[in-house]
Design a protein around this ligand. Structure first.
Ligand code: FPP
Length: 251
């Protein structure tokens, strides 16, 4: 028997958009064609998430490791990012979507930095869903940069705590993701939101990213709703006065 829903729409969803290359290969197409279709899927999912009332959507568009790919593929993805930022302004305005960035912006090509800065500033007052584009993003890199920012304030590093690190991440005002989705079937987090995702629920779908549609997002959310989120505490209903079983005290 399925459990009744324990929570509603997750406030923050992160997505590892994987499988563009495989999608193209299955069709005898070049990898970049898969990324082009991947961008279309990203647009569908942004619209769907906004309609469903998701507050924050983080899309893993380009990792710190993705620079190892062929130069042509990297510049194609950067071109898609630029296209997305330019072409989506009207859509963002209509849907009040605010664009943000996670990652090392200084390591991006100057034109992408400029487009990102413009999109972020043009949408800064929009009060709808916030789309965080993770570009040149790595979870470890973000944590290192947080430490560096903290150190630059001159505060005593020997007493650094979790809240200090959280406060110097790329978007400290954004709540941790409730749900992290990965398309294309691999069970790994690939350096995505390492700090923020400590207690995120994971949903892995076999479907390749370019095939993703609103129904797939709804399915992931329905799966999330069945989860019993404990945040390291005890399972609901497993504690009677004065009794905690060893099996109930798990993450
Ligand atoms: C992973 O698939 C996908 C990427 C590294 C790029 C994702 C980028 C986009 C969808 C376009 C930009 C998006 C936005 C929102 C601006 P893969 O190439 O690793 O696939 P494979 O594992 O099947 O080879």
């Amino acid at each position: 028997m399925r459990k009744p829903p324990l929570s509603g729409i997750p406030a923050h969803i992160g997505i590892i958009m994987d499988g563009n290359g495989r999608w193209a290969k299955q069709r005898g197409l070049i990898r970049t064609q898969g990324h082009l279709e991947g961008l279309k899927a990203a647009k569908r999912i942004v619209k769907a998430a906004s309609d469903l009332g998701v507050k924050f959507l983080t899309l893993y568009a380009f990792s710190t490791e993705n620079w190892k790919r062929a130069v042509e593929e990297v510049s194609f993805i950067m071109g898609l990012v630029k296209q997305y930022l330019r072409a989506e302004f009207d859509f963002s305005k209509r849907n009040r979507i605010r664009v943000r960035h996670a990652g090392d912006i200084a390591g991006l090509p100057a034109d992408i930095q400029k487009e990102l800065a413009e999109s972020m500033s043009n949408t800064a007052d929009f009060e709808g869903m916030q789309v965080v584009l993770a570009i040149n993003y790595g979870g470890r890199d973000e944590i290192v940069r947080a430490f560096r920012r903290f150190a630059a304030t001159g505060q005593d590093m020997s007493n650094i705590g979790e809240n200090d690190i959280s406060a110097y991440l790329d978007n400290p005002d954004i709540p941790d993701p409730d749900l992290i989705i990965r398309s294309a079937g691999e069970y790994r987090t690939s350096n995505f939101l390492l700090w923020e995702g400590a207690y995120s629920e994971l949903h892995v779908s076999k479907k390749l990213w370019p095939d993703w549609d609103k129904e797939d997002l709804e399915e992931a959310i329905a799966d999330f709703r069945q989860r019993d989120r404990r945040f390291g505490s005890v399972a609901a209903g497993s504690v009677t006065a004065g009794s905690v079983t060893a099996s109930s005290v798990q993450g």
